[in-house]
Write a protein that binds this ligand. Structure first.
Ligand SMILES: Cc1cc2nc3c(=O)[nH]c(=O)nc-3n(C[C@H](O)[C@H](O)[C@H](O)COP(=O)(O)O)c2cc1C
Length: 215
């Protein structure tokens, strides 16, 4: 079984990536020979959907596929044939990162059906892990409407109902004393990092197990 984990954070060793590494562990835990391919989006060259609509062209050679030739070309084909895809992203200005959104346009749109039923004939397990600075008490819940509802709807109608993990109140700087910041308390952030983040890592691990059990 092959699973793709996609890191949509420019940082390849911080909150989002650490969560995704745990997800990979969870997947491998279900079956020793489960294969996990970890992709860092910021290392690739690609664009979002170009609205050429070749993927929707009746009897066209790219129906259900994407004709754009770039670093996503082969990767998308492999992902559509895989046993599960997990995408992680930080929140940037109230949404997923630009690279994550461009990637998701390319991943979802060719298989998104303007009509009844699905283009992909089987359920493809998907998971989403989103890390953010805000928490449910100071505004983080507003992303339920703007980020999570649309993602849920598009993924469900194209691949399958996604497993979603929301990780709030993350540690943004490695050392809060070094950076100009009058809004977020260093003590609060440290406490959350020590008490909550390990629980979030465990949830990311469980998400991996859940996806692998569906595969
Ligand atoms: C450019 C930028 C914009 C951000 N915008 C938001 C935001 O709108 N809401 C939020 O909760 N956090 C925001 N954050 C914080 C990140 O989402 C948060 O620190 C995240 O966990 C970082 O993930 P990483 O450690 O994988 O890079 C922003 C961070 C950056 C760098």
């Amino acid at each position: 079984m092959t699973y793709y984990i996609v890191n949509g954070s420019p940082r390849t060793n911080f909150n989002t990536k650490q969560l995704l590494e745990k997800t990979a562990e969870g997947i491998k835990r279900i079956k020793e020979n489960n294969r996990v391919e970890m992709i860092d989006l910021y290392k690739l060259n690609y664009k979002g959907c170009m609205a050429c609509f070749n993927c929707k062209l009746k009897e066209g050679s790219f129906y259900g596929k994407c004709p754009i030739r770039d670093d996503l070309e082969e990767l998308l084909e492999k992902m559509w044939e895989s046993d599960g895809i997990i995408i992680g992203s930080p929140v940037y200005f109230g949404n997923l990162t630009g690279e994550t959104r461009s990637f998701m346009e390319r991943l979802i749109f060719p298989k998104f059906h303007y009509g009844e039923g699905k283009i992909l004939e089987r359920e493809l397990p998907v998971g989403i892990i989103v890390s953010m600075n805000l928490n449910p008490e100071n505004g983080g819940l507003c992303y339920d409407k703007t980020i999570f509802e649309p993602i849920n709807a598009f993924l469900e109608s194209t691949f399958s109902k996604p497993e979603i993990l929301k990780v709030y109140d993350t540690y943004q700087f490695k050392d809060y004393d070094l950076y100009e910041n009058q809004i977020f308390s260093k003590e609060h952030k440290q406490q959350v990092r020590e008490e909550n983040f390990p629980k979030d890592l465990q949830k990311a691990y469980e998400l991996g197990r859940t996806i692998a059990k569906k595969g």
